[in-house]
Write a protein that binds this ligand. Structure first.
Ligand code: GAL
Length: 379
């Protein structure tokens, strides 16, 4: 769990934004609820490597340097992350790390970096993904510091199959998330429901678990048309998510046991966004020690049932209304991922705190693009 600068600030990020984000992670209570890693995405570096092939912080936007920034973040009780790319330049055209892995990993360790997001942009110099990502993975384990390794290869070469082998702790499964419910195939980025579908269709749940996580990208909860990342899209698209869609977004990322990297401007966070990002019942499902990626148990028209097994023979359940009209969605314990031998089950509503018991059937009225999410426990 953490926060990343890209979705809110895009390429405009400065060290002041990062320090503000560190302060706000503490002041808003997000740090204490688990959002621990503060990651600076693309554009923190100069356009060229220095004459020794080393990365240099952008002198205009990061004048104090990365080590001072990492110190500031650490003093707030947070971990500090940074970004580079397995090509000759980053996605925004800044200097990157292909061929300089050892030197750059040493720089990261010296600066106090705890997390590296490693992107797939720039010229690959004819090298395949596994060899490029393995080179940085080996460089990171060779340095004298624990650094979480986040592979951002967009799921193009099935990183769920080799991520662990190159030392990665998480790997992007899919293209860039945008602030939309869905996108057309000829548009930039993926909407929330597109990613939910790809996570299911790729049949990768069995690759997910402690130490190696499928990463469906960072959260767009709390973002809108003005958010930095949205500037990379066509201007005339509708980039709002409804509150229901944001709830659905967060619920599925929790059901998937996905990394939860908030991506909103914390200074502008309203109560609705804060309530979603800090829902402790949902986060407990996300952080369940089994780390299972929930899957779809059934779908009838727009009504879908998804679940994942939790530790202690409990289960997390989502009733998802994909349609445009309010619908009643029903399931039973026989359908979802929970043992069927109990006489009664306690059902706790993640979003309303309601709680009741049932001998097996579970039903909810769900608004358009919304979910009902429950923890189901045999009694
Ligand atoms: C993309 C990546 C995004 C962001 C961006 C920065 O490739 O998927 O998450 O890091 O590059 O330019």
């Amino acid at each position: 769990m953490g926060w990343n600068s890209w979705n809110a600030f895009s390429c405009g990020v400065t060290e002041d934004d990062v320090r503000d984000a560190a302060d706000l992670l503490v002041d808003t209570g997000l740090r204490d609820i688990g959002y621990e890693y503060l990651v600076v995405d693309d554009c923190w570096m100069e356009a060229e490597l220095d004459e020794d092939g080393r990365l240099e912080p952008n002198s205009e936007d990061f004048p104090s340097g990365i080590e001072a920034l990492a110190d500031y973040v650490h003093e707030k009780g947070l971990k500090f992350g940074i970004y580079s790319s397995a090509g000759d330049v980053t996605c925004q055209g800044y200097a990157a790390s292909l061929g300089h892995e050892r030197a750059h990993a040493e720089q990261f360790a010296d600066w106090g970096v705890d997390y590296l997001k490693y992107d797939n942009c720039g010229d690959h110099r004819g090298r395949d993904a596994i060899s490029r990502y393995a080179a940085m993975g080996q460089a990171l384990v060779a340095v004298d510091r624990d650094i979480v390794y986040s592979v951002c290869e967009w799921g193009q070469n099935q990183p769920w199959q080799w991520g662990r082998n190159v030392g990665a702790h998480l790997w992007r499964t899919t293209g860039d998330i945008v602030v939309r419910w869905s996108t057309d195939s000829d548009e930039f980025g993926l909407g929330i429901v597109d990613i939910i579908d790809q996570m299911n269709d790729r049949d990768i749940a069995h690759q997910n678990g402690p130490g190696g996580w499928n990463d469906p990208d960072m959260l767009q909860v709390g973002n809108g048309p003005e958010s930095g990342q949205a500037q990379h899209e066509e201007a005339d698209v509708d980039r709002e998510l409804t509150e229901a869609e944001e709830r659905t977004h967060f619920s599925f990322w929790c059901l998937f046991s996905a990394p939860l990297m908030a991506g909103n401007d914390l200074a502008e966070m309203d109560d609705a966004t804060r309530e979603i990002l800090t829902n402790e019942a949902a986060i407990a499902i996300n952080q369940d020690p089994l780390g299972i990626q929930g899957t779809r148990d059934g779908a009838v028209e727009n009504k879908e049932v998804w679940s994942k097994r939790l530790a202690g023979d409990e289960c997390a359940l989502i009733l998802f209304n994909r349609g445009e009209h309010t619908a009643e969605i029903a399931t039973t314990v026989e359908t979802v991922d929970v043992p069927v031998d109990a006489e009664r089950y306690r059902v706790s509503d993640v979003w309303s705190d309601d709680e009741w018991t049932t001998s097996g059937s579970i039903t909810a009225t769900v608004g358009p693009h919304d979910v009902a999410m429950f923890r189901v426990s045999p009694e």
